[in-house]
Design a protein around this ligand. Structure first.
Ligand SMILES: Nc1ncnc2c1ncn2[C@@H]1O[C@H](COP(=O)(O)OP(=O)(O)OP(=O)(O)O)[C@@H](O)[C@H]1O
Ligand SMILES: [Mg+2]
Length: 505
């Protein structure tokens, strides 16, 4: 039997970028095949070709041994290829059932939408994925990311997909939702659905995938059975050298208290948070997704305002009413949602990196273009941002490279206090260690840093002090020496270990 999907010699270029050159790939029936590679290696481009979003410049695609070329995503869907892109594309105002059957609702004899049949089939589809906690009549807009993703999967399968493609599906999920996603993947695999799975989290590849294909610079490096490979092997193939995904933290001298927060609350989260960050200190904020960390960051950056409590900056009581005021006070925020908050996607790399510091490079109202170019050049080099030039429009960059630009934009602003929310999400191992190096360096130069992360190794590796947040409150505090995976993990889950926080004046 031929593989369900075969690609031979696929090439694709964009102006100034050879995104793929001569890539071979195959997918067997009922296989989970992981696609791995650095930011900009060509993973998303490859799956967009398979799903009809882009057309290959060269090469051949076979499905069940038959040549195929899709001119648009609908044709791919009809042939049984379903794709869950990283940006979920549901209609928030519509219900679960309406979203699932958008564009192909069951119809009655007179051509009217058969609402009963539609709801019934939606229910059956959800049940077939063992999803029992979802009402097909509720609107999608108010649902969690995890639930919305399950709706997307049900929608994909409503077209009788035989090939399911997922591009970084776990990047924004809670641990519980990741677990549920994995169950769905295993369920589908048992039913003979073939799955292409993209992720930067290597441990997921070992948990889920049968085979893994590594791309580098748009070229096929290797395809291996997962059981015949190990993590350092994969990293070596991805980046062409050995690398540790954590940069060793530099020692730094703690200075005066930069940020002092007392009893800050805003309904529903956070619910009375007190904390301090000193100059030169990296404070890691751990917690489960939904524990209120991002909401706290929003209050500190003026995206929302505190309803209770006090915020002090450099010993001065401040009222932070909006982000521009926060920036004037010397606070910077690297948001978790790069899509909506981090970048102006229609603008160039150069313009985006200098956005946060326009005032310092603009003299008497004119931007110093040389300074702007130098700055952008420096970050492109230091973070290996893959772009044909600093004049490229940001939305043409790969997802991870966009994230690197968000980070550099704020690093460039040299704030007193830098708040980072999941700074390395979606970023490959090499770039991750570069970002860690920069953060560590900034701290050693005296910046105060509050770093939210859901990755414990990142929290433990980078932080001078670890705070754990749960249900809107800080429930534990650990020094760097005390912070272990077990202790921090237990505090996150609300188990046993709970150390009272010393109340400072
Ligand atoms: N529409 C486009 N126009 C111009 N260049 C593009 C376009 N889409 C992708 N590219 C370029 O093609 C290359 C491969 O991008 P792709 O999105 O496939 O990477 P990726 O492996 O998915 O990376 P990531 O891990 O960051 O998501 C990158 O250099 C990117 O900038
Ligand atoms: Mg991608």
């Amino acid at each position: 039997m031929p593989p369900i999907l075969e690609l031979h010699g696929i090439s694709k270029s964009f102006p100034g970028v050879q995104a793929l050159s001569g890539v071979d790939f195959s997918l067997e029936l009922g296989e989970v095949h992981a696609l791995l590679g650095e930011n900009g290696a060509g993973k998303s481009t490859l799956i967009k070709i398979i799903s009809g979003v882009y057309q290959a410049d060269q090469g051949q695609m076979l499905i069940d041994g038959q040549p195929y070329a899709f001119h648009n995503p609908r044709e791919a869907q009809r042939a049984g290829v379903a794709t869950i892109f990283q940006e979920l594309i549901l209609y928030p105002e519509l219900t679960v059932a309406e979203n699932i059957f958008m564009g192909h609702a069951p119809r009655s004899r007179y051509g009217l939408i058969d609402w009963r049949a539609m709801r019934q089939r939606a229910q059956e589809l959800l049940a077939s994925l063992e999803i029992y906690d979802m009402d097909v009549d509720s609107k999608v807009g108010a649902m969690s990311v995890g639930k919305r993703q399950r709706v997307e999967i049900a929608k994909a399968l409503s077209h009788n997909a035989r090939i399911l493609i997922m591009d970084e599906p776990t990047a924004a999920l809670t641990e519980a939702d990741v677990e549920r996603l994995f169950n769905i993947v295993r369920l589908l695999k048992q039913r003979g659905v073939s799955i292409i799975y993209i992720s930067h989290r290597l441990e997921e590849i070992f948990m889920l995938a049968d085979r893994v294909t590594v791309l580098r610079d748009g070229q096929h490096v290797a395809t291996k059975a997962v059981r015949d490979t190990h993590e350092s092997d994969l990293i070596q193939m991805m980046v062409g050298r050995e690398i540790d995904d954590l940069f060793p933290k530099l020692p730094s001298q703690l200075g005066a208290t930069v940020l002092r927060v007392r009893g800050v609350a805003r309904h529903p989260l956070p619910r009375g948070v007190s904390l301090e960050v000193r100059a030169g200190e990296i404070v890691g904020l751990a917690g489960l997704v939904g524990s209120g960390r991002t909401e706290l960051a929003h209050v500190l950056f003026g995206i929302t305002t505190a309803q209770e409590g006090e915020i002090w900056l450099d010993g001065q009581r401040v009222q932070i009413k909006n982000p521009s005021q926060a920036m004037r006070l010397g606070i910077a925020y690297v948001p978790e949602d790069r899509g909506n908050q981090g970048l102006i996607k229609q603008m160039k790399v150069r313009e985006n990196t200098s956005l946060a510091i326009l005032r310092s490079i603009a003299r008497s109202g004119f931007i110093n273009h040389q300074a702007e170019r130098d700055l952008a050049d420096r970050f492109v080099r230091e973070l290996s941002i893959r772009t044909p030039s600093i004049e490229q429009v940001v939305n043409k960059l790969s997802g991870g490279n966009q994230q690197k630009i968000v980070v550099s934009k704020w690093l460039a602003s040299k704030p007193k206090l830098l708040i980072m929310d999941e700074p390395t999400r979606g970023v490959d191992v090499g770039a991750k260690s570069e970002i860690h190096r920069l953060i560590s360096q900034l701290a050693s130069e005296g910046m105060a840093i509050l770093m939210i992360s859901s990755e414990l190794p990142e929290i433990l590796g980078m932080s001078d002090r670890v705070l754990v947040m749960r249900e809107g409150r800080i429930v534990a505090e650990f020094s760097r020496a005390e912070a272990t995976q077990e202790r921090v993990g237990a505090a996150m889950m609300g188990e046993v270990y709970r150390q009272p926080i010393p109340e400072k004046a």
